[in-house]
Ligand binder design. Structure first.
Ligand SMILES: CSCCC(=O)C(=O)COP(=O)(O)O
Ligand code: ZN
Length: 213
């Protein structure tokens, strides 16, 4: 049995998953959360677990060399490769959160290309964009059945072009953020989901022009 302390990162992930579940962003088994430990390993949600009622035993520890403490009925998230790529690309990242919202899926179809222009909302400051009337885009990736293909495309694109914000969108799937703490990652998810809700509402009011700067 794995021991844990009051500061066990899994407790924070459990509480955050419950909060996201209550928002409708981790319905059923959707989404996955991970948090790094001082030795460079990370805890990630086990695949296929109900995210609204996670237990300490619903996590898998992944080590820097790729080794994992899994078993037949405890497999790491199917999207672990995406978390691994993001932790490698952004060594300062301590948490990586991925959720599925209806709004994220809707806005992922607002453009056909691989970048989603974001409206110049004050909320962008929370994602690190401190500019007046900013022109900011969110990278979009295709939702391949083979998750390793998504991870490779993230790695290839971000090696050449760093994203403006610590977030990426997988089309018809959901958003992923990474941050230097669990608290910040939770805030990032809330901020991007607010922006997505705004974009959907703006399109309902103003049509295609609704999200232009
Ligand atoms: C019903 S969700 C489909 C898989 C997915 O996209 C996801 O985020 C959850 O997968 P996991 O293996 O992490 O449970
Ligand atoms: Zn997913």
């Amino acid at each position: 049995m794995t021991s844990h302390t009051p500061s066990d990162r899994r407790l924070e992930l459990i509480a955050t998953a419950r909060h996201f579940y209550q928002q409708g962003w981790m319905v059923g088994t959707a989404g996955n959360l991970s948090a790094r430990l001082p030795d460079g390993s990370f805890w990630i949600t086990a695949s296929g677990r109900s995210k609204g009622e996670l237990l300490l035993s619903d996590f898998v520890r992944i080590y820097p060399d790729g080794k994992e403490e899994s078993s037949a009925d405890l497999k790491p998230s199917a999207e672990t490769a995406i978390h691994q790529v993001l932790y490698t690309l952004f060594p300062q990242a301590q948490a990586c959160y991925h959720v599925h919202s209806i709004e994220a899926n809707l806005v992922s179809r607002f453009v056909v290309g691989d970048s989603l222009p974001l409206p110049p909302l004050e909320m962008l400051k929370g994602l690190g964009i401190w500019q007046e009337n900013p022109c900011c885009v969110l990278p979009i990736f295709a939702n391949h059945l083979q998750v390793s293909r998504i991870a490779t495309e993230i790695q290839e694109r971000f090696t050449i072009n760093l994203p403006q914000v610590p977030a990426l969108l997988i089309r018809d799937h959901g958003v992923t953020v990474w941050a230097s703490s669990c608290e910040t990652a939770r805030n990032y998810i809330e901020l991007v989901e607010y922006i997505f809700r705004y974009m959907v509402a703006a399109r309902g009011i103003w049509g295609d022009e609704g999200n232009n700067n």
